[in-house]
Write a protein that binds this ligand. Structure first.
Ligand SMILES: CC(C)(COP(=O)(O)OP(=O)(O)OC[C@H]1O[C@@H](n2cnc3c(N)ncnc32)[C@H](O)[C@@H]1OP(=O)(O)O)[C@@H](O)C(=O)NCCC(=O)NCCS
Length: 253
């Protein structure tokens, strides 16, 4: 369990674990991560105290959509916000009590190969990426493209709409790239003008991966990386991903 001292930034607990292709295992890890935040929770070593349930706000299905935390008897645990992302053999998990959260990790190579620019970026962002490629080099532009895409998907996960919202509605300042990236606008239902959103860049991540966490709050928040082994995952985040890569992590509309 974690306690925040008064006035200190609210924690967003993050873990990056191996993608074994076992979705139920990912959900158990996410429940264990969330358990770290709850005062009355069982130790993270006994994640069965909580389960992760999905709900699609669009069609009402429970096999996909935003994840949320429930106790083992099926009662929703209020005030806990969860998110999950997979890319290049890794799973990114995030949990916080602060506000709705979104995590997205991306493979730099997979985003480059996906050719997403027209659907992902507005004309201003595309011009910035072109300028970066010309002046900073193609490799820097590839990293920026993947980071910007991760930031946008993270924001759209906080909104709960995912790619039902046009990602160009989340506009980033790529002309003056800062870390974390700055939002120009974000026309999502939850944060119609971007003022109620905070972006955190995830670092360090394994080579070739970039990632962002967005939280629907303007109040100070901070990222804390949880020890993956405390959640029951044996591989440190810096280890090379094992075996076949079940998911390149790049969604296409
Ligand atoms: C959210 C979304 C952008 C993630 O896609 P992605 O980048 O390929 O996948 P990631 O690995 O980064 O994230 C997947 C996780 O996002 C979460 N997620 C799915 N839909 C979500 C939503 N609407 N809001 C927040 N999180 C969502 C789930 O935890 C999912 O994990 P799962 O595969 O175990 O279910 C994409 O799934 C999407 O746009 N979903 C909404 C589409 C929709 O509503 N369609 C209508 C269906 S009826």
């Amino acid at each position: 369990m974690t306690t925040a001292s008064p006035g200190s930034p609210a924690e967003i607990v993050v873990a990056v674990i191996r993608d074994t292709g076992d979705r139920a295992a990912d959900q158990r890890m996410l429940a264990a991560l969330a358990g770290e935040l709850l005062p009355s929770a069982a130790p993270a070593a006994t994640p069965v105290a909580f389960v992760v349930v999905h709900h699609c706000a669009h069609c009402g299905a429970s096999d996909h959509g935003r994840p949320s935390l429930h106790s083992a008897d099926g009662t929703a645990v209020a005030g806990v916000h969860l998110s999950l992302s997979r890319a290049a053999g890794r799973v990114g998990l995030a949990a916080t009590l602060a506000a709705p959260v979104g995590i997205d990790i991306e493979s730099i190579d997979a985003v480059a190969a996906a050719g997403l620019d027209d659907v992902a970026f507005d004309a201003t962002e595309r011009a910035s990426l072109d300028a970066l490629a010309a002046h900073g080099g193609e490799s820097e532009a590839r990293r920026m493209r993947a980071s910007a895409w991760a930031a946008k998907e993270a924001v759209l996960k906080t909104a709960g709409t995912g790619l039902r919202t046009d990602p160009r509605e989340v506009a980033l300042d790529l002309a003056h790239p800062a870390r974390p990236l700055a939002l120009r606008t974000a026309r999502t239902a939850r944060a119609p003008d971007a003022t109620g959103l905070t972006l955190h860049e995830l670092t360090p991540l394994p080579d070739g991966l970039v990632g962002y966490v967005a939280v629907a709050s303007a109040s100070p928040t901070r990222i804390r990386f949880a020890e993956a082994h405390s959640l029951g995952d044996a591989a440190p985040a810096s280890a090379p991903p094992p075996g076949p890569r079940p998911n390149d992590g790049v969604s296409r509309r």
